[in-house]
Design a binder for this molecule. Structure first.
Ligand SMILES: Nc1ncnc2c1ncn2[C@@H]1O[C@H](COP(=O)(O)OP(=O)(O)OP(=O)(O)O)[C@@H](O)[C@H]1O
Ligand SMILES: [Mg+2]
Length: 573
């Protein structure tokens, strides 16, 4: 119930439109309820009383009522749909905003397909509920109670006979709703699963083909698709088996009315017009009851979807700005780890334990270590992608948790291990962090990243459009664009995660020459696989299983660290 109220609160900004829709609906209902009374007058006073003028007037009023119903029907349909479309628009934006704000740790665990389903299909369910669902529900209740009241007013004995069927119908409907709700909830979850498989598969289609796993993936998809179908069929079966039962109960009621009402008309206790009106109201009673049933199921579905939407909206970003976080002033670039330990959410062991080091402004640091030793983890903590589990990370003496995220991250240039480019031109991609940069700045950054030459060799140069993952470019080219993108920020702190691993030795040498210049005056962290990269750096940090096991320059480490000596030895061979 709370969930539904909360979903309805999205209508608040559109209350005028919603009120207009509700008012129109009221008028439609009023016209519907008045109709049988007019017919009763036509039959009793006009036809049976022999007054043709009453019949004519009655016919005119019927036409008038129909016109009025048409106008208000249109207004109601348009306004309620408009309000609900606006709600969907807002909810999609809110979800997107929240997804942008959630931390790395949330996205580590979230499945893209599930997020997509919530943003599309679940939002649609909530929309239908806030639009059609709510209004039709009120309409149905008004029709139900209005018809019941008019029936009781016209003839209470006959009315009670009719109304006796209502509790039975309601019982059947409630049973239907209670069974169907969990099915809908499962169906949305299955749809999310289906989308996850689909999304994963599309993203990895090359791997699938390379390993000839099409058959396997197809079966996996089919299985999930079948589960989704089965759930829907089960819901459908419940639905369709309930309705004939409802109709039967109703027809029993109609039978009773015709029998008893007919007897009453014959014995002059009831007029013919009243019997006609009675039968019409009986149908009116039937319609809203079925409607309530349908809407009950729809509401159940909306509640399930709204819960999934709110689950995202209510998720707490783990990395948040503390109240009163200050804006980090322009930094010099002194980075210090003070007894830092870190464990990923849901992980069994620390990925970093008791790591302490200091990097002075302008120094270049190389981070070495076996795969999984914690290199990427170290650099993830500097822009505060994750919060430390113990200890602290400071920049120029400021704890990174005390400053605003944007002032921190905008001063750090980062090239992540996985290169992601966005669909758009190469220029747009390089200027991603500072879209207002001039062409000269973009070109300077590209030159520094050794990307300028290959970019100008492309037919469209900087205007070449790259796909969502930069298809049409080689791995090394993509990486160099990512480096240019980081350099363009002109950051005090530059972080390169494995950024030279997928270029050839010659290009690596060139990048290095350029980077050496670029790194001058910046604090730079380079995660490198090759010893050649680290010869000339100021400080080498060697990690092993989350521990900082050795530090120093190349010469120092060669003498002091067995692990380092081993790494160098293996690469020289
Ligand atoms: N998002 C995550 N959630 C849970 N555990 C993680 C996550 N990322 C990394 N880990 C774990 O933390 C440890 C360190 O990982 P990290 O990515 O820092 O390694 P790395 O030194 O960068 O390795 P590589 O050279 O392969 O990039 C590993 O044991 C890894 O399994
Ligand atoms: Mg890594």
């Amino acid at each position: 119930m709370n969930i539904l109220w909360r979903a309805l609160s999205f209508l608040r900004p559109y209350w005028t439109t919603a009120t207009g829709a509700a008012f129109s609906l009221l008028m439609v209902t009023a016209a519907n309820l008045a109709l049988p009374q007019i017919i009763r007058r036509i039959i009793d006073d006009g036809i049976q009383g022999g007054h043709l003028s009453t019949v004519l007037w009655g016919a005119l009023v019927l036409v008038g009522l129909a016109a009025m119903r048409g106008v208000f029907n249109f207004a109601q349909g348009f306004w309620s749909e408009k309000a609900s479309q606006n709600v969907a628009f807002d909810v999609r934006n809110m979800l997107y905003d929240q997804i942008q704000r959630l931390s790395f740790s949330y996205h580590d665990r979230a499945q893209t397909g599930q997020l997509l389903t919530r943003l599309t299909s679940d939002v649609e369910m909530v929309r239908q509920f806030t639009g059609m669902g709510l209004f039709q529900f009120i309409n149905a209740l008004l029709m139900l109670f209005g018809s019941a009241a008019l029936l009781l007013w016209m003839n209470w004995q006959l009315a009670l006979l009719t109304l006796a069927t209502v509790p039975v119908v309601l019982a059947v409907l409630l049973r239907l709703i209670s069974f169907i709700r969990p099915l809908f909830e499962q169906a949305q979850a299955k749809l999310g699963r289906l989308n996850t498989i689909l999304q994963e598969n599309l993203a990895g289609i090359r791997v699938v083909k390379a390993f000839t796993r099409e058959e396997f993936e197809l079966n996996r998809f089919r299985a999930a698709n079948l589960e989704y179908l089965n759930l829907n069929v089960r819901a459908l079966r419940l639905f369709s088996s309930s309705f004939p039962l409802l109709f039967f109960i109703f027809n029993l009621g109609t039978g009773g009315i015709v029998w008893m009402g007919g007897e009453m008309v014959i014995s002059k206790q009831l007029s013919l017009g009243e019997l006609a009106a009675f039968i019409t109201y009986l149908n009116y009673l039937m319609f809203p009851l079925l409607m309530v049933g349908m809407l009950g199921a729809m509401t159940a579905r909306a509640a399930a979807s709204a819960r999934r939407v709110f689950e995202i909206l209510d998720a707490q970003p783990e990395v948040t700005e503390r109240p009163g976080a200050i804006v980090l002033p322009p930094i010099r670039g002194r980075v210090a780890f003070e007894d830092v330990s870190f464990r990923y959410a849901g992980s069994e062991h620390d990925s970093l334990s008791h790591v302490s080091f200091v990097v002075e402004p302008g120094q270049t640091v190389a981070i070495l270590g076996a795969t999984g030793s914690g290199k990427s983890t170290v650099i993830n903590l500097i822009p505060r992608f994750y919060d430390v589990t113990a200890g602290r990370v400071t920049i120029d003496g400021y704890d990174v948790r005390d400053v605003t995220l944007s002032s921190l991250r905008s001063q750090i240039g980062i090239v992540l291990q996985e290169t992601v480019l966005f669909s758009g031109t190469i220029r747009d991609n390089i200027a991603y962090g500072r879209p207002d940069s001039s062409d000269e700045e973009v070109i300077a950054a590209a030159r520094a990243a050794q990307a300028h030459d290959f970019i100008t060799a492309l037919p469209d140069g900087y205007q070449t459009v790259v796909g969502e993952r930069g298809m049409g470019l080689s791995g090394g080219q993509r990486q160099r664009i990512a480096i240019a993108r980081a350099l363009l920020l002109n950051p005090r702190i530059l972080i390169l995660d494995d950024s030279t691993s997928s270029v050839d030795a010659e290009t690596e040498y060139q990048i290095q020459q350029a980077l050496e210049q670029l790194m001058r005056g910046r604090t730079s962290f380079v995660i490198a696989q090759r010893v050649s990269t680290v010869r000339s750096v100021d400080l080498i940090l060697v990690f092993d299983a989350g521990r900082l096991v050795a530090r120093g320059t190349h010469e120092q480490l060669l003498e002091e660290s067995e692990i380092y000596a081993a790494i160098v030895h293996s690469q020289l061979l």
